[in-house]
Design a protein around this ligand. Structure first.
Ligand code: HEM
Ligand code: HEM
Length: 200
């Protein structure tokens, strides 16, 4: 069977740093946000949260360099035929996947995302992630950023956005990991993201 190298090392590195960090951020957000679920000391939770928050901010810079200087962005660009492919993939996700049908899309270098993944990952990486980093940094440096925070509606508004977006992240993680298990075998997509190779 032929194999395509679709995820160069730089893509796999930023992705797994994001995966570990955001999982830790969601987990540490639970004791911070819910006093009744304080399974670790608040101070420790906040420190771990801030550490992984800063790591994600750094990793997002790696993501942008990788996107724009190493050409990963080409996987995200719309192409002719995307409309048709989006309908085909929607049918597959809503119906075919539960009947064990073969996935109609096969990733190739430079074209590794299907027409639904492109906009979905774009929203996550270009709206949700930067918004969470921005609001997180403001909360972290609230004293220093007081005037900026006030001009944006105050700390309450900023932290409400941070919390609402946190729910989106928790939902995204569950859905993303679930879809990760829907390859030809349970581990197939995880192996693709670890080795970089997808079957033709
Ligand atoms: C434990 C958590 C995670 C696991 C197990 C996981 C797993 C995977 C797998 C298996 C793929 C490849 C899918 C395929 O080949 O079709 C993938 C792609 C991707 N994941 Fe994750 N992921 C995790 C967390 C995250 C997080 C937190 C983010 C961002 C906030 C993220 C963003 C992405 C993106 C953007 C892609 C597509 C990359 C591209 O083609 O440019 N993942 N993930
Ligand atoms: C997907 C990623 C993230 C999730 C799910 C998340 C979630 C949360 C939640 C739910 C809270 C509790 C807010 C409250 O109840 O008032 C919080 C607080 C906080 N977050 Fe995040 N966050 C994320 C990323 C970040 C980032 C990137 C930073 C940047 C450094 C950050 C910094 C903070 C800080 C400083 C607090 C306040 C902690 C305290 O109460 O002292 N977060 N986060």
């Amino acid at each position: 069977m032929e194999r395509n190298y679709v995820y160069p090392a730089s893509d796999r590195i930023w992705h797994w740093i994001h995966a570990i960090s955001i999982t830790m951020l969601v987990l540490t957000a639970i004791p911070i946000h819910f006093p009744s679920l304080r399974f670790v000391d608040l101070k420790i939770a906040v420190n771990i949260h801030t550490f992984f928050g800063l790591l994600v901010a750094f990793d997002f810079i790696l993501y942008l360099i990788n996107m724009f200087f190493y050409g990963s962005i080409k996987n995200y660009l719309p192409r002719s035929g995307d409309g048709k492919q989006a309908i085909m993939m929607a049918k597959y996700y809503l119906w075919g996947i539960f009947r064990g049908e073969e996935e109609p899309f096969h990733p190739k270098p430079g074209r590794r995302l299907n027409a639904l993944q492109k906009p979905a990952y774009f929203v996550v990486m270009f709206i949700m992630v930067p918004l969470q980093i921005f609001t997180g940094l403001l909360i972290w440096k609230a004293a220093e950023a007081e005037s900026l925070i006030n001009s944006l509606g105050g700390l309450r508004t900023i932290s409400t956005i941070h919390i609402a977006n946190a729910y989106l992240f928790a939902a995204y993680l569950l859905f993303h990991i679930y879809l990760g298990t829907t390859g030809k075998t349970f581990w197939y997509f995880f192996k693709v993201m670890i080795t970089g190779y997808a079957d033709e």
